[in-house]
Design a protein. Structure first.
Length: 177
């Protein structure tokens, strides 16, 4: 798919059909996402690909306070576990007072959703989540951090691609020479 077309068609989808994502396609999205850059190539995260019936059971972990009811219709989720950066990165963070891990996870998320869209699979990046419930579901220790979950599936037939409503280019970009 042409890059600009990919940018224009990728959107947060909240209406999914019953069509399933194959394990192979889900793992391919994860494989492609691993090409995302990260500070000192630390890749401070782990991905959990949740598919099939497990995805149906997982959905409740992103439906906090009645939100994200549409998640019950998703055929798959990619859960991002936040890891610790290596010592070199931690030293750099202290010097410039910036945490790189959240930035790295944001970049990774963009790679995930664009890889999915390029394969004809729609997505929604979900921030509302129950980290304690996710840790229990994945059989990991309580206190494990899961900053984002990516919901995946095929949009319902006729789901509209919304026009991108962005600020004017000149209001957000300044060429400095």
């Amino acid at each position: 798919m042409e890059l600009e077309k990919l940018y224009l068609t990728r959107q947060s989808t909240r209406e999914y059909s019953s069509k399933s994502i194959s394990d192979e396609d889900l793992l391919e999205i994860c494989r492609l996402a691993k090409f995302a850059p990260s500070a000192v190539n630390s890749q401070p995260y782990k991905l959990y690909a949740v598919n099939g019936e497990k995805a149906k059971a997982f959905a409740k972990n992103v439906q906090i306070l009645g939100s994200n009811k549409w998640a019950s219709d998703c055929s798959s989720f990619i859960v991002i576990e936040q890891g610790k950066p290596p010592i070199l990165e931690r030293l750099g963070q202290k010097i410039i007072k910036t945490e790189f891990v959240p930035i790295d996870i944001g970049i990774l998320s963009a790679y995930i959703v664009l890889a999915a869209e390029n394969m004809g699979i729609q997505s929604c990046i979900v921030g509302m989540r129950d980290e304690k419930g996710i840790a229990k579901f994945l059989e990991l220790k309580e206190g494990t951090k899961f900053p984002l979950v990516i919901a995946l599936g095929y949009a319902t037939e006729g789901y509209p691609v919304r026009e991108k409503n962005r600020k004017k280019f000149e209001d957000t970009v300044k060429l400095v020479k």
